[in-house]
Ligand binder design. Sequence first.
Ligand code: ZN
Length: 285
Amino acid sequence: MRVANLNGRATIVTDGGLVDVERASHGQFTHEVDSLISRIDDLAAWLATTSPRVTEEVSPEELLRSPGLGPVLTAPSQIFAIGVNYRAHAVEMGLTPPASPMVFTKFPSSIAGANAHIPIPSSSTDWEAELVVVVGKRGRDIAADDALSSIAGYCVGQDFSDRELQLRGTPAQFSLGKSHKNFAPVGPWITTRDEIDDPNDLQITCDINGHRYQDSTTGDMLFSVAELVSYLSTICELRPGDLIFTGSPHGVGQGQHPPVFLNAGDVIETSIAKLGSIRNVADQG
Ligand code: ZN
């Protein structure tokens, strides 16, 4: 099942059109994506048994271009992000692979939709294509073997980064440099976990103005999705709707020779197999 946020309303995306969750279920399920997420398994079961009629004849491709396509969730209680989590990315950044996950946050006010415009705040604004995990269940101390079943689903994300601000200070603290306005676009929709057999076997790409800079697989992660969920839950309570940006593969702007950064007018297309694509345009900051 694919669930989008269209004009603030939870919407199931099918190849035949869109299903407004609240209207089609006659109020059995809420239109609010953030509170719906803890009932996503019930919603999938309802969809399978009810086969509701399409409420809008809009194709997934048309939906991607809709200005009403909002972030898959609007107010997660926590957004975790993982640094240096792909082998080849550690090499291009000249960093030693960490012994345990390197965790920072993107503050929730940086969340944006799949086709949001991104104001460019500095001359060192970079891209990072990322698989984003949507937590489905509340929990602490989740075993790695149980971790995938605590996930509601997955989506595509961009971890936009102001490198100068990210690395300013001694020691550097990443979070502010990752949290400018619209620096965390997520979408185009949540694909529920039952559709993804192995989240560590997905092609992930990022094109800037049609040139492919990132082309890798989530299989290159140092810490798998299950390991990340388990590790974070040993420290923080995970809650439905929390997001985990799982790190970026190689091919970021900082890793080019010479480095390449984003300018107003650039088009950033980020794709993950089975999850879809998001398309963001850089604007004057
Ligand atoms: Zn990142």
